[in-house]
Design a protein around this ligand. Structure first.
Ligand code: FAD
Length: 449
């Protein structure tokens, strides 16, 4: 049987479950018009994906294979491939709503083999004694650790494969029954090429070797550069999760402290697991419904980094200018958005989804629900981050704030953590705080009660 190997969240040749299959194969990537049409023409993720798809194609060629490129809906692409005699497809799991629907649609007329290539554990492997899913992270984490053996991090070697005949030199546009061969350029799919700053994953791992011991102590500091920068690579599978774990095991054997970092990788698993078991979390509160304001002006000021809270505005500027945001800043911003501004977490989630290079539905949705206090195992609703004490603690010298908001460079560092100063001084070109912290806190708690 001829196998279609459908690359999606696994854009690599090393340690790939897809490439461990055997027989005649047609490796493909689909630039999915259903996803692309919702994006702006200058979307960093499309550039990142395009670049890595071309790299994947070159790496496959070096292995005697190739990558067929399509532009259309998966339904149209597979309908066409079916007419060419393909009736079996392999693809790695994806738990967001759209991906599940898409795969189910294809599985109606192709034999669909789902591979657990993005995560260590399958969602049904880690359950409580009564067979139900864990709802709290720590016991889930303990269960994962108890279950883990080196089997979970084994490297997948390439199987014996031969390449199906196909025209690999074009980007094949497909709409219904119409085929339209296109040049293999990002412009052919309607996007502008953008430069995306990201370290190669193996380089990121190598650099992380020097950071791993201090990870727990320093990861929250906004200008410490103490984290791995692997999120975008784990998102698009430009590195395998198993390779990251093998790397940690080696470091552990050398005497390094690896547990705090491993814990974060299991957080990633936990959020995917929760979204798999509770798909309604994508739009619904699991716990109570928080008070909601639909203050359009507050939303606009937030999105344009004009709230007058230096840490929040610096973080939003980081997001808009780089496509990323430090984890501590994401936590403060999420709390500020849902509690100070009382805006619905779904709107904050959507704003991140639009701009994050490492956007991952499960990590983003569950993290926003955590910030809002509405999710499974969230932070308590009454815990409201104070952005000033957060910046004093994690950006004392205001390096992060001033890097992203140079307009504040003349303001003494200490004053950027003091609300009284920001409320009483005019700073040219920068607004006063949108609401005083204490009144926002009281407003939220009073409305909530
Ligand atoms: C409101 C909010 C939204 C978020 N949205 C996303 C998102 O869309 N995509 C995303 O990958 N992460 C998201 N995170 C988690 C976290 O902020 C990023 O994974 C992290 O900042 C990426 O940087 P890093 O790779 O250097 O992380 P490191 O600290 O080096 O962590 C290593 C890896 O562990 C995983 N990880 C770390 N923290 C978390 C976490 N809290 N939840 C899930 N996985 C985690 C990531 O895959 C990360 O690459 C979000 C967090 C918050 C609070």
């Amino acid at each position: 049987m001829k196998k279609v190997l459908w690359f999606r969240r696994d854009l690599r040749v090393h340690d790939s479950m897809l490439l461990a299959t055997e027989g005649e194969v047609l490796p493909i990537f689909i630039f999915d018009t259903k996803i692309l049409r919702g994006l702006e023409k200058r979307d960093r993720r499309v550039s990142f994906i395009f670049e890595h798809v071309l790299k994947l194609k070159a790496d496959l060629k070096a292995l005697g294979l190739d990558l067929a490129l399509f532009y259309g809906t998966p339904f149209d692409v597979f309908t066409y491939l079916k007419t060419l005699g393909f009736d079996e497809v392999y693809g790695s799991v994806d738990y967001d709503d759209y991906a599940k629907e898409r795969d189910a649609e294809i599985a109606e007329f192709m034999c669909f083999h789902s591979l657990n290539d993005c995560y260590l554990f399958e969602p049904h492997e880690v359950l409580k004694k009564d067979g139900t899913p864990y709802l709290v992270f720590t016991p889930y984490y303990r269960a994962c650790k108890a279950l883990y053996t080196q089997f979970y991090a084994l490297e997948y070697k390439k199987g014996k494969q031969s390449l199906s005949n196909f025209n690999y030199s074009v980007l094949l546009g497909i709409q219904g029954h119409t085929l339209n061969p296109l040049h293999v350029t990002i412009e052919s799919i309607g996007f502008e090429p953008l430069h995306v700053n990201s370290l190669a994953p193996q380089k990121a791992l190598e650099i992380f070797t020097c950071k791993v011991d201090a990870y727990a102590e320093k990861r929250d500091f906004l200008d410490a550069d103490a984290t791995s920068h692997l999120s975008v690579h784990l998102r698009f599978g430009t590195i395998s999760i198993r390779e990251v774990v093998r790397f940690l095991v080696t470091l552990k054997q050398q005497g390094h402290t690896t547990e705090p970092f491993f814990r974060q990788l299991i957080f990633r698993e936990f959020y995917a697991y929760l979204l798999y078991h509770f798909p309604r979390l994508a739009w619904e509160n699991y716990k109570y419904a928080p008070p909601i304001s639909n203050d359009a002006e507050a939303y606009e000021r937030f999105c344009s980094a004009q709230t007058g809270y230096p840490l929040v505005d610096a973080a939003v500027t980081e997001l808009l200018s780089t496509g990323l945001m430090h984890n501590r800043a994401r936590m403060v911003v999420g709390s500020f958005f849902t509690k100070h501004l009382m805006l619905p977490w779904q709107k904050g989630e959507a704003f991140f989804a639009k701009h994050l290079l490492d956007y991952d539905a499960s990590a983003n949705i569950l993290s926003w629900q955590w910030c809002a206090g509405t999710g499974i195992d969230p932070q308590p609703y009454f815990r409201i981050f104070n952005p000033y004490t957060q910046s004093l603690k994690f950006d004392k010298e205001a390096r992060y704030i001033k890097h992203y908001l140079p307009i504040l460079s003349d303001v003494p560092n200490a004053c950027l953590h003091k609300e009284a100063y920001l409320l009483s001084h005019e700073i040219t070109g920068y607004p006063k705080p949108i609401i005083a912290h204490e009144s926002a806190r009281k407003r939220f708690l009073n409305t909530f009660s």
